[in-house]
Write a protein that binds this ligand. Structure first.
Ligand code: DC
Length: 234
């Protein structure tokens, strides 16, 4: 349920940030289910804007057009799917093509401004587990619990490869690793909303552990936090 924070009614916010392939989505989605919280996959929003631009054949060097588009498209997320202007694009936003192109949206400060505002609006006063790169630093700096989840590059690339293979995409481990390195650099170097751990985040390294163990650990932290703040969980 909700609690009072700074004189306003607010839900409990758990942020999970970190690089691609650390297991954030699986961990965040499953944690949200266990706690009965809303789940917000913010990477899907950047992907949806990228897909919208691709479908409209927007030139990638036209940053202003991308900002305009980000403000006009209707992105809707539920636990398992991503919708773009009424279309189920859950698979279409996860292709390697979108993964390569998404930097144009993610590195555009105007697009980030639009999506950050949308993220705050959909969360409102709900209890949420939100995952991305800037959730604990920029979007919800007052979050109740912040997690920075990482893993070594090879471990992350192997996990990503399994995801791609499960979707029938043909790609090698070396290709996944090269793309991942490029994306890590782009995520870490941008001026607005870079990938960086919040000073008050709990840092968790998932190497050599199952995601189930990681989820158990974060669930323990979340329930302890909920007890302190009087938030009711399932
Ligand atoms: O988590 P993901 O792979 O679906 O994210 C897709 C891209 O979006 C990734 O390159 C980083 C970017 N992103 C971001 O800049 N800020 C977020 N809050 C979430 C994702």
């Amino acid at each position: 349920m909700t609690s009072w924070k700074f004189g306003i009614l607010a839900g409990m916010i758990i942020t999970i940030d970190g690089p691609a392939g650390a297991g954030k989505s699986t961990v965040a989605r499953s944690l949200a289910r266990r706690l009965g919280f809303m789940f917000l996959d913010t990477g899907a929003m950047y992907r949806a804007v990228t897909l919208a631009a691709l479908r409209r054949k927007l030139p990638w060097d036209d940053g202003a057009a991308l900002v305009d588009l980000a403000g006009r498209v209707r992105i809707y997320l539920d636990d398992d799917s991503v919708w773009l202007d009424g279309d189920d694009v859950s698979d279409a936003v996860r292709t390697t093509q979108i993964t390569t192109l998404v930097k144009h949206a993610a590195n555009n400060p105007g697009v980030r401004e639009q999506l950050v505002a949308q993220q705050r609006a959909v969360v409102g006063d709900k209890n949420v587990v939100t995952e991305g790169r800037d959730q604990g630093t920029v979007v919800f700096p007052h979050a109740d619990l912040k997690i920075f989840l990482t893993a070594g590059p090879e471990e992350r690339a192997r996990r990503r490869l399994r995801d791609f293979q499960a979707r029938g995409e043909r790609i090698t481990l070396e290709e996944v690793l090269a793309k991942q390195n490029a994306r890590d650099a782009s995520d870490a170097e941008r001026d607005v909303g870079p990938l960086v751990a919040a000073a008050d985040a709990v840092q968790i390294v998932s190497d050599g552990r199952t995601l189930e163990q990681v989820i158990d650990q974060i669930e323990g932290l979340a329930r302890a936090c909920g007890e302190r703040t009087g938030v009711r969980m399932s």
